[in-house]
Design a protein around this ligand. Structure first.
Ligand code: PRP
Length: 210
């Protein structure tokens, strides 16, 4: 009770800082070399993507078609929740959790489904929602996998596409940002499961991961 009362009296920025303390007790913001996309920039871009989806699917929904947004856990959790609220149409929200095999640093493109959809997508319009496209292999696999279930259509919404050499060709209909090939974290993106709760996307200091 005392903690809640004390937090209420702190400015917003300070409350954010208190809630993002890492295990060593230092603020995680200190591990970021610079912000790439601020909280406001992300909110603005997500609103634009939501408006674009609303415009694109309005006539389909009007004739009775259904939309299923498929969030890819765990990185897309924040983006999914904000994007879905920016779409002014009825949508069903479901989730998949996948992991890709690789050598630890790079993805091999072999993806294992850890949690599958709970709903059927046959005859429905699917929008896959991802946080980041790096090699593109995860989304390529997922797209093919979901296509085999015979949806009416599939499109991809990704918050960030990294400029990654040799990236698998992939049409991302709803793209938030084209990012440099840096180690980025925040707004769902992690390093060793940390930093997902940063409200912005920032570049991680190299000394944190080297
Ligand atoms: C990240 C991200 C994508 C994938 C993109 O997931 O969320 O799913 O990597 O990489 P790719 O384009 O090279 O295939 P990760 O395996 O880190 O899991 P997470 O979503 O739990 O962070």
């Amino acid at each position: 009770m005392f903690v809640i009362r004390a937090l209420k009296n702190l400015p917003c920025e300070m409350v954010n800082l208190v809630f993002t303390m890492n295990a060593k007790g230092t603020a995680v913001h200190n591990d970021i070399s610079r912000q790439l996309y601020s909280q406001d920039q992300i909110a603005e871009r997500v609103a634009e993507l939501g408006a674009a989806i609303t415009a694109d699917y309005a006539s389909l929904v009007a004739r009775g078609d259904q939309i299923v947004m498929v969030g890819v856990l765990r990185g897309a959790a924040m983006f999914m929740s904000d994007l879905a609220r920016a779409v002014q149409l009825p949508v069903e929200m479901d989730y998949m959790c996948v992991s890709s095999y690789g050598d630890g640093a790079t993805s091999s493109g072999t993806v294992r489904i850890q949690k599958d959809l709970g709903c059927q997508i046959e005859g429905r319009h699917v929008i896959i929602v991802e946080d980041v496209v790096d090699t593109g292999l995860t989304l390529n696999y997922l797209r093919k996998n979901l296509l085999s279930r015979e949806p009416a259509s599939i499109q991809i919404a990704a918050l960030v596409r990294k400029q990654h050499e040799g990236q698998a060709p992939l049409e991302v209909r709803y793209l938030g940002f084209e990012a440099p090939d840096e180690f980025i974290v925040g707004y769902g993106l992690d390093y060793a499961e940390r930093y997902r709760n940063l409200p912005y996307i920032g570049i991680l200091k190299p000394e944190i991961y080297t």
